[in-house]
Design a protein around this ligand. Structure first.
Ligand code: G6P
Length: 465
């Protein structure tokens, strides 16, 4: 039994088979989960993380109860859902519907489309939320604190309130939330179940006021009321970043990057291959910069680092192909005018030390999502950069609410403005550059994961209304 239970679809560890056939537990790649896991494992109380089993070996381990992580006070419990049901829940409902809705990504001429297949997936989504509810209900001590993350698990609030009214529950959404008009593309019954599911939590949190207010308005529009909400922006995990930055992998990646970039000025970006990240308009903006500023040709390059994501969805595969095609077309056009060198370097791999090496070295960082809950790249880059680099930042990123004062703001659909933002960053005189980059680094380090976790726990402990 645990006094603190954290739940998310993707957990902070992955299980694999070691050389001797034993199960080995490894920390998962990047993101918030590993940082939170290290804060929890260092805590005073026994804590449990409940996450989905995502591979055959994890499904086997799910049947065996608590998995010891080997790290302090934190244990792991995997929830196993039959694979087809899991895919329906994750691909069709969580990713192709809720993610698209919250990020304003629907192409209304075609999507969304609620047919029989979709409603079956919704049934699976309910069962998936119920399975998490059962695990949490079983593992949580009397009056325990339960922190549930993201749009995969909104229905747990109400289900858990019915089963275990003694628990102190908080839900945190790491994405944006939809305004009422955007939420209204979901069928009425789905909208109500979603909002009422979330109303079952003791409080609902968001990274910024903007998404918190969108949720409040959508709750009132759907259910006529809203429960307790809060916003709490997450900062970069500077300690973990510093560790990666001093690793031999990062040093090797830095040497390779030096070779690749040479004496050109470096504009970079780093994202998942993800529709909301707005990769295509970023490439168009860089091309517009070369168009308008001939003297920059051959003297500046654009490194786009991205790692593949959600390739179970046709939209993501098509988006990646479109991005690769666009880069090829633009490089073919510009390389002859850039001394024969391709000005866009598009690297699709999952190599965090290489990303960290690029963060340290960039002159300009472009973060131009259509919409984003927070966007940690906008903080991790400035926290690590060593060249007084500047940040060109979308108004649609949650991070914009905190960092607008020191960043160069752009509207993410406006390619001309994005190109002008890049030009302004390249042209900025040294004094202002230094001042802004110092300001960015300071803003990026505010509220690191351990402090952020404390704020969530404080929300959970506040008296029930
Ligand atoms: C991003 C979002 C998180 C979300 C995660 C899911 O990182 O910021 O809110 O939980 O994607 O990613 P996945 O790869 O598990 O679908």
């Amino acid at each position: 039994m645990s006094g603190l239970v954290v739940a998310s679809n993707r957990g902070p560890y992955t299980l694999a088979e070691g050389a001797d056939g034993q199960v080995v537990v490894r920390p998962a790649g990047g993101g918030l989960a590993p940082s939170l896991a290290s804060a929890l494992s260092a805590g005073e109380k026994e804590a449990l993380w409940v996450a989905s089993a995502m591979s055959p070996i994890e499904r086997r381990a799910a049947g065996e109860g608590r998995v010891e992580t080997g790290e302090g006070k934190l244990g792991l419990h995997l929830v196993s859902i039959e694979e087809e049901a899991y895919r329906a829940s994750y691909d069709v409902v969580a990713n192709a519907t809720l993610w698209f809705c919250f990020h304003g990504l629907f192409d209304a001429a075609r999507r969304p489309l609620f047919d029989r297949r979709w409603w079956e997936a919704w049934e699976h989504f309910r069962r998936y939320n119920a399975a998490f509810t059962d695990e949490i209900a079983e593992a949580a001590d009397d009056g325990a604190v339960v922190l549930v993350n993201d749009y995969h698990l909104p229905l747990v609030g109400r289900m858990l309130a019915e089963k275990r009214p003694d628990l102190r529950t908080v839900h945190f959404t790491h994405t944006p939330f939809a305004e009422p008009v955007e939420l209204s593309v979901l069928p009425g019954a789905v909208r109500r179940e979603l909002i009422e599911g979330m109303a079952g939590f003791g409080a609902c949190g968001f990274h910024t006021r903007r998404w918190e207010e969108a949720f409040s308005r959508s709750s009132v529009a759907t259910a006529g009321r809203v429960g307790p909400t809060f916003s709490c922006g997450l900062g970069a995990d500077t300690e973990r970043l510093a560790e990666v930055a001093s690793s031999p992998e990062c040093a090797r990646a830095a040497a390779a990057l030096d070779e690749l970039v040479g004496d050109r000025t470096l504009i970079m970006r780093s994202d998942r291959v993800e529709l909301s990240k707005n990769l295509l308009r970023g490439f168009h903006a860089f091309s517009a910069l070369l168009e308008e500023r001939p003297e920059l040709r051959g003297r500046v390059c654009f490194l786009a680092r991205a790692y593949a994501s959600r390739e179970g969805l046709a939209e993501y595969l098509a988006y990646r192909a479109e991005a690769e095609h666009l880069v090829a077309v633009l490089n073919e056009r510009w390389a002859p005018l850039c001394g024969g060198e391709e000005p866009i370097i598009f690297q699709v791999d999952d190599d965090f030390p290489a990303t960290v090496a690029a963060f340290r070295r960039y002159d300009v960082l472009l973060v131009n999502p259509v919409r984003d809950g927070m966007n940690l790249v906008a903080k991790e880059g400035p926290a690590l950069n060593e060249r007084h680099g500047l940040l060109v930042l979308s108004e649609g990123a949650g991070a914009h609410e905190e960092m607008a004062g020191a960043a160069i703001s752009i509207q993410p659909f406006d390619v001309a403005e994005t190109a002008a933002g890049l030009a302004a960053a390249l042209d900025m005189e040294e004094g202002e550059r230094r001042e802004r980059s110092a300001g960015l680094a300071e803003l990026a380090a505010a509220c690191p994961p351990a402090e952020w976790l404390e704020s969530l726990l404080a929300q959970a402990r506040r008296p029930k209304g």
